[in-house]
Design a protein around this ligand. Structure first.
Ligand SMILES: CC(C)(COP(=O)(O)OP(=O)(O)OC[C@H]1O[C@@H](n2cnc3c(N)ncnc32)[C@H](O)[C@@H]1OP(=O)(O)O)[C@@H](O)C(=O)NCCC(=O)NCCSC(=O)C[C@H](O)C(=O)O
Ligand code: MG
Length: 285
């Protein structure tokens, strides 16, 4: 499954220094795992976490889940060693934190062979340079870092995320313009299912591919929120059928449920069915 069509509904951060979590993740219903060497790992544990992670990945067992390694920034004592090690771990991608511009990805690219690169979007400069970052030839995905962004912007956390909207929007536009994946930031209150669901629904409405998560209890809510609903699938099928019938009669517009259906709506309907199929394929592995 290529980066362009694989499901990314649930993307779980996993502290690479936590052996129990490394085992647990092999049985979790997540689409992707971010094995974290950065903020979830204490400075004294950084080198050991790198070795623990290499061992866990060499043992395998993570199935079809996308395996992303988040390294430390390259201007830290650990970033270069993390990045070189990540290329030998059998990871699917490397994620660089605090990317301010494409030059940060360029520096990472020099250390990571052919591995696809993902960028943490979590600084004010990163927001302003989002299009240039997403256009980097090795960039495969963007991950919103809303905790760091809130810190740098001095914003308060609000349930409507109004202070975040400019940054979220710029990054979404950049990802869509350059055809790379984009996943939303974490919801810190991992026991608040209602709040998580509301934020997942908001992220889905905005066009994110999925949500980053910090705890297994958050997975089912994200998987449901970012998958097409039965109603969406059923409507997509009816739109396609109606449009094809209209075309056969020499018309370019069909009507379904008192709404017009044109070729662009049919393209969205086909994407809905393709996403449903991709999720089914992933679940079958
Ligand atoms: C938040 C936690 C510290 C809670 O951990 P814990 O107390 O162990 O939770 P539980 O006892 O409820 O755990 C139940 C079982 O699930 C496993 N577990 C817990 N978390 C994970 C996980 N993330 N991945 C895999 N497995 C996990 C436990 O080991 C238990 O297993 P078992 O006993 O075998 O049943 C903890 O959840 C945690 O550390 N979460 C991750 C925190 C993290 O990664 N933070 C950094 C990323 S967030 C960020 O930086 C975003 C961005 O950069 C930004 O700026 O916004
Ligand atoms: Mg961060």
């Amino acid at each position: 499954m290529s980066h362009s069509n694989r499901p990314l509904r649930s993307v779980l951060y996993l502290p690479a220094s936590n052996p129990r979590a490394l085992v647990k993740a092999r049985s979790l219903d997540v689409d992707a795992i971010i094995f974290d060497l950065e903020d979830a790992v204490a400075p004294d544990e950084k080198a050991g976490a790198r070795d623990t992670l290499a061992q866990a990945l060499s043992e395998g067992g993570y199935g079809a889940r996308l395996k992303i390694v988040r390294v430390n920034a390259l201007d830290t004592p650990w970033g270069v060693a993390d990045s070189k090690a990540a290329t030998d771990m059998g990871a699917d991608a490397v994620l660089l934190p605090k990317v301010d511009g494409p030059e940060h990805l360029e520096a990472l690219a020099a250390l990571t062979g052919d591995l696809p690169l993902w960028a943490m979007m979590e600084t004010p400069l990163g927001m302003l340079n989002a299009a240039a970052i997403a256009s980097h030839e090795r960039c495969a995905g963007l991950v919103m870092g809303t905790n760091d962004l809130a810190k740098d912007m001095g914003t308060r956390f609000r349930s409507d995320r109004l202070p975040m909207m400019a940054g979220l929007g710029l990054c979404l536009l950049a990802a869509k313009a350059h055809g790379v994946a984009i996943v939303d930031g974490v919801y810190n209150a991992f026991k608040d299912d209602e709040g998580l669901k509301a934020e997942c629904d908001q992220g889905r409405d905005m066009g994110f591919d999925g949500k980053t998560l910090i705890h297994p209890a958050q997975i089912a809510i994200a998987n449901a929120a970012f998958a097409p609903t039965e109603e969406e699938v059923e409507l997509a099928k009816r739109q396609i059928d109606a449009y094809e019938a209209a075309l056969a009669e020499g018309q370019a517009v069909a009507v379904v449920d008192s709404r017009i259906v044109e070729n662009l709506h049919v393209a969205t309907a086909r994407e809905t069915l393709a996403k449903r199929d991709a999720i089914a394929t992933l679940n079958a592995r």
